[in-house]
Design a protein around this ligand. Structure first.
Ligand code: ADP
Length: 639
């Protein structure tokens, strides 16, 4: 029989696995048992939802048999089984969902490829990729399977990377046997250990204890020998190796941190421990248990459209959905975990679930719980919270911005921004607590990073006055604040807002006004020279050592304009910040401008343009005509 080749990506993955990128080869058993448990779940769920009689929960067991003579290890289940096509599709190709993107190759010369490659390997290391992990310990794998409702069974066989065959065979009932012929022992690896009763027992308790079907194996037991006085003999008995109590049903006080961490890593394919575990049991009109995890780092595809949020949904211990999206609001989409409730109807369909009142009620309560746990972490374990913020803060800020601040009450206290006075992250609450009684507004400045914002001319005077500024460095930040609107009766004010009130005295104000009146003609001339690039040219009250800056009028700031321009769709050329060019009347450049206005208006045209371009550059904005700018500078240098 001709051997079928594995699909290309499977082949590459297999090669890598067999060449053991994976350090814990022993996890193969967990993977195979999990598949057997899933297959049992599938059939049991089918029986319940389609009201098939004659299938009982107790019918499902998973059996392990070791045969040292044949050097085989067999895992058998009575689950849903696989049809011939499924053997081809499910075992012939891995990563059908496309979650592993091998397109970029694993080597390659440029750094991007390398980065992708190492990330992919990392993923594989974490995933164990299920069934294929068998090849880490087996030189030959045979899968005998009979799908539920079919008469014919099929055998799938493979020696690893070079392909597989499928043929008809016999099996008494529905279910699957996975038969591994273990590799020969080497100096480094003793594959034979996976035939030892002791090792197998240990692996099952370590990795598969929570599996909700009995995992059985014939085990030796020493018993008193009948008819003798004190002599013993060894008998073989079928033993159940796992406790079957799911972790979330166990008494909290009896669960170790390590148990939670292992459970998380196994179930949610993360190599790292979770940052936070939330385990709650709620009794009442609506009873449920929830076991939630906040990952220690964002999954590699978290901020892409490939990422799917959701919690596993169990009804009285039976998994009815793998990713129930309705249980999590988008802004908490990073949360992993499960909900188990006996109050949910079992044969509920996906469509019905969406409108299910009980599910909505659970979602609301989970949301509250997650929020309060996060706030608790913020207060009591700031380092941890900052770690959380680094990974998922962006998502919270998106949540704030979404639906025009509808989630404000839930999210505003979770927000953190860099503070000019604290030199680190701060919350809005902490900022407000530090505010002087007469300070009415919360100041913020936007820019690419802390350094650049520090250097912005607009921030200098404000900092000198001892006022605290929030530095917004993510493009979403300003939108998130705008959506917040008001926080504890304080409004937000950009340091680049044209009408910022810095508490100047009336005298100071009128002094500037006077100066402005006397320079009015010159400022108007400059405004005309700049045309519709600016709405106004004015003297500044906020500049100290810098000659110029750009500020804006109205609701759209320069940062927001930048973000909107960068959007691939919906970028609207009409949306433009109304720019105001502010000039420092105390700066030496003022005199040059006045002289030019008096006697050399051609030069003043150039100066206006140069100053405007300088202000753009300071803001990190591109200048419209770099060639003209360069010529103007040269004219100035050769004067
Ligand atoms: P995963 O379990 O992550 O989907 P695997 O590589 O472990 O990936 O398995 C691939 C697929 O093969 C499974 O999704 C399932 O459809 C099928 N499969 C594996 N083992 C069994 C089994 N014991 N019974 C029925 N189907 C199985």
């Amino acid at each position: 029989m001709a051997k079928k080749q594995f699909k290309a990506e499977s082949k590459r993955l297999l090669d890598m696995m067999i060449n053991s990128i994976y350090t814990h080869k022993e996890i193969f058993l967990r993977e195979i048992i999990s598949n057997a448990s899933d297959a049992s779940d599938k059939l049991y769920y089918k029986a319940l939802s389609e009201k098939i009689t004659g299938i009982k929960r107790n019918d499902f067991t998973i059996n392990i048999t070791a045969d040292p003579a044949a050097r085989t290890l067999t895992v058998s289940d009575r689950g849903i089984g696989m049809t011939r096509d499924q053997l081809y599709d499910d075992l012939g190709v891995i990563a059908r969902s496309g979650s592993f993107d091998f397109k970029d190759g694993l080597g390659g010369d440029d750094d991007k490829n390398k980065e992708n490659a190492s990330r992919n390997i990392d993923i594989i290391g974490q995933f164990g990729v299920g069934f294929y992990s068998a090849f880490m310990v087996a030189k030959h794998v045979e899968v005998i399977s009979r799908a539920y409702g079919e008469e014919q069974a099929y055998a799938w066989e493979s020696d690893g990377a070079d392909g597989y065959t499928v043929r008809e065979c016999e099996r008494d009932d529905n279910g699957t046997d996975v038969i591994l012929t273990l590799k020969d022992d080497t100096d480094d690896e003793k594959y034979g250990q996976y035939l030892s009763e002791w090792t197998l027992k240990d692996l099952v308790t370590k990795y598969s204890d929570y599996i909700r079907y009995p995992i059985t194996m014939m085990c030796s037991r020493t018993v008193p020998k009948e008819g003798t006085d004190g002599e013993t003999e060894t008998v073989m008995e079928l033993e159940t190796l796992n406790s079957m109590v799911p972790l979330w049903k166990r008494q909290k006080s009896k669960i170790k941190e390590e148990d939670y961490n292992n459970f998380y890593k196994e179930k949610y394919y993360d190599g790292a421990d979770p940052l936070k575990v939330i385990h709650t049991n709620v009794d009442g009109v609506l009873s449920y248990s929830a076991l939630l995890f906040i990952p220690g780092r964002a999954p590699y595809n978290y901020y892409s459209k490939d990422y799917e949020k959701g919690l596993q949904l169990y009804s009285s211990g039976v998994k009815i959905m793998d990713k129930c999206a309705d249980l999590l609001p988008d802004y908490f989409s990073f949360v992993k975990g499960l909900v188990d409730s006996q109050d949910l109807s079992l044969n509920i369909s996906r469509e019905m679930l969406q409108h299910d009142r009980q599910l909505k009620a659970i979602e609301k309560r989970l949301e509250k719980k997650i929020r309060s746990e996060l706030l608790d972490m913020q207060e009591k374990d700031r380092d941890k919270y900052e770690e959380f913020w680094k990974n998922f803060g962006l998502q919270i800020k998106f949540g704030m911005y979404e639906n025009f601040g509808m989630n404000k009450e839930t999210l505003q206290d979770l927000l953190m921004f860099y503070s000019s006075s604290e030199k680190g992250l701060t919350t809005l609450k902490e900022y407000v607590e530090r505010m002087a009684p007469d300070q009415k507004e919360i100041y913020y400045a936007s820019g690419e990073n802390v350094d650049k914002i520090d250097k912005l001319p607009q921030t200098e005077v404000i900092r000198d006055k001892g006022l605290e500024i929030l530095y917004l460095t993510d493009s979403i930040d300003e939108f998130a604040l705008k959506a917040t609107g008001v926080y504890e009766e304080k409004t937000f004010k950009s340091v680049s807002d044209e009408d910022i009130d810095l508490g100047e005295t009336d005298e100071e104000k009128s002094a500037v006004q006077q100066k402005e009146e006397s320079s009015k003609e010159m400022l108007d001339f400059m405004k005309n020279a700049l045309g519709d690039k600016v709405t106004e040219v004015k003297l500044s009250q906020r500049l100290k050592s810098h000659p110029v800056c750009l500020t804006t009028k109205g609701g759209i700031s320069l940062e927001m304009e930048k973000v909107i321009k960068a959007m691939p769709e919906g970028s609207n050329p009409e949306i433009k910040a109304q720019r105001v060019l502010e000039i420092n009347s105390d700066h030496a450049v003022m005199k040059t401008l006045e002289d030019a206005f008096a006697s050399d208006r051609d030069s003043l045209n150039d100066y206006a343009d140069i100053l405007y371009n300088e202000a753009l550059l300071i803001e990190g904005m591109p200048i419209e005509d770099p060639v003209a700018f360069s010529n103007e500078i040269c004219r100035l240098m050769t004067k």
